[in-house]
Design a protein around this ligand. Sequence first.
Ligand SMILES: *[C@@H]1O[C@H](CO)[C@@H](O)[C@H](O)[C@H]1NC(C)=O
Ligand SMILES: *[C@@H]1O[C@H](CO)[C@@H](O)[C@H](O)[C@H]1NC(C)=O
Ligand SMILES: *[C@@H]1O[C@H](CO)[C@@H](O)[C@H](O)[C@H]1NC(C)=O
Ligand SMILES: *[C@@H]1O[C@H](CO)[C@@H](O)[C@H](O)[C@H]1NC(C)=O
Length: 138
Amino acid sequence: MQFLTLLPLALSTLGLVSASPIRREESPALTWHVSNFHVFHASNNFNYTFNIYGVGTANTPGFNTTCTGSNATTDLTSCDDPLIKSRILSEQYPLWNVRVEHEWIKDGDMEFYTYGEHNVTSATPQFTIPVTQEYGVA
Ligand SMILES: *[C@@H]1O[C@H](CO)[C@@H](O)[C@H](O)[C@H]1NC(C)=O
Ligand SMILES: *[C@@H]1O[C@H](CO)[C@@H](O)[C@H](O)[C@H]1NC(C)=O
Ligand SMILES: *[C@@H]1O[C@H](CO)[C@@H](O)[C@H](O)[C@H]1NC(C)=O
Ligand SMILES: *[C@@H]1O[C@H](CO)[C@@H](O)[C@H](O)[C@H]1NC(C)=O
């Protein structure tokens, strides 16, 4: 794989700036849907599990998978679908910062990453994560 270009794309509420390989018009793929979010005490750490669903579009593959992990690591952990990774960090009690990454390859060698994060309490089983960052690497 050649890293010829790196295109960090800042998203805003106004949408995506043009001249990007990932074009979209108010794409539903910009919001991921989390359900069954559950954080529980496990030995010295907190473990978590949740289901996450992302709508597919022409540019973005959809997914629906289950993520599990522990706050013992700040590394992203692969979900059941290995294209999706997650991690949680404890914020000011009772908030958890949930971060999710989606990575996929298109047209053979274009690699795309999207990221999103959200702060929630462990008592919130359902929420959405806005996709705030997107990168394409050729
Ligand atoms: C995602 O998968 C879960 C578990 O398999 C299922 O219950 C749910 O209906 C699916 N959601 C969508 C939007 O397909
Ligand atoms: C908690 O998570 C860790 C790391 O992912 C795992 O090894 C452990 O089995 C989990 N414990 C429980 C009770 O789920
Ligand atoms: C995991 O979260 C618990 C509760 O906030 C905290 O006590 C512990 O230090 C955290 N672990 C790490 C490695 O941050
Ligand atoms: C989550 O909370 C932390 C600490 O208050 C804050 O720095 C961060 O911007 C928040 N993230 C989101 C996505 O709201």
